[in-house]
Design a protein around this ligand. Structure first.
Ligand SMILES: Cc1cc2nc3c(=O)[nH]c(=O)nc-3n(C[C@H](O)[C@H](O)[C@H](O)COP(=O)(O)O)c2cc1C
Length: 242
């Protein structure tokens, strides 16, 4: 009989967090290697595997990245005003220098030429594939007790220049990686009252876009959260919070 894959997978999914506070302990290469291998086993359009991973420990380069972050943060702050701006500025939105390790996940769309199985009309399929590699990495890291924080308040031009990334390669994700101080049960932005988690029922439509059905959506969402169905997967407790 196949091993029950559900407890570990759901635990990693529901307990994964975006992490911005790290302990200084180094990440052993054996663990980093496993996490990168998990990322590399993501699905990809036409099996193109368009990703690469830049492993960054050098503090001088990370200081340059931090300066780029600070400039972008100013621009991002300018989108908000009043109390919302104050709250934005109070958030810790990266752990570039505190995390022992930074990773850049890149996408090289034309790695095997222009003819790609599965790319007749959707331009960005390699980019989608790369984001799946990031998610694999994020979940594997969580299973290893490692926190990951995605820093998109960043300039790709700055990343290209600091890390000599060529024009045909797109920096997709700048990630801070290390042992987390803690994994909170809910997203930091939710805990701070910045944004709520939307209710699943609001996001469901049936058969076609113009057919939201509140009753069916509510029933399905209630079933999704039903404690009895989750107890089947976590019979000894440790049920995730959602
Ligand atoms: C593409 C992407 C970019 C993000 N960029 C940032 C960022 O620049 N700074 C930050 O603090 N969090 C960033 N986050 C983390 C989100 O704020 C976080 O995923 C969201 O609030 C939900 O929290 P959770 O990941 O802990 O569930 C990013 C997440 C994604 C997926």
């Amino acid at each position: 009989m196949e091993q029950d894959l559900r407890p570990g997978l759901y635990a990693a999914i529901f307990r994964r967090r975006d992490i911005r506070r790290f302990r200084p302990d180094a990440v052993p290469d054996a663990i980093l290697g496993r996490v990168l291998l998990a990322a590399h086993h993501a699905p990809s359009v036409g099996f193109t595997q368009p990703w690469s991973f830049v492993i960054v420990r050098d503090l001088e380069r990370r200081r340059e990245v931090k300066r780029a972050f600070e400039q972008e943060r100013e621009k991002n702050a300018a989108l908000f005003s009043g109390a919302r701006r104050e709250q934005f500025l109070s958030f810790k939105l990266e752990g570039i220098l505190e995390a022992p390790l930074n990773l850049i996940v890149t996408c090289e769309a034309g790695r095997f030429g222009a003819a790609v199985l599965g790319k007749p009309g959707v331009e960005q399929v390699e980019l989608y594939s790369t984001c799946l590699a990031v998610q694999n990495l994020w979940l594997a890291a969580r299973a290893e007790g490692l926190g990951v924080g995605w820093v998109s308040i960043m300039s790709n031009d700055a990343l290209r220049s600091i890390f000599s990334i060529p024009p045909e390669v797109l920096p997709v994700a700048y990630l801070c990686v290390g042992y987390a101080e803690r994994f909170s049960p809910r997203p930091t932005l939710q805990e701070a009252g910045w944004a709520p988690r939307l209710a699943l029922e609001q996001l469901l439509r049936f058969e076609f876009w113009g057919a939201p059905s509140e009753d069916r959506a509510r029933a399905l969402a209630r079933l999704a959260r039903d404690a009895d169905t989750w107890r089947e997967i976590f019979p000894h407790g440790g049920m995730p919070e959602f």
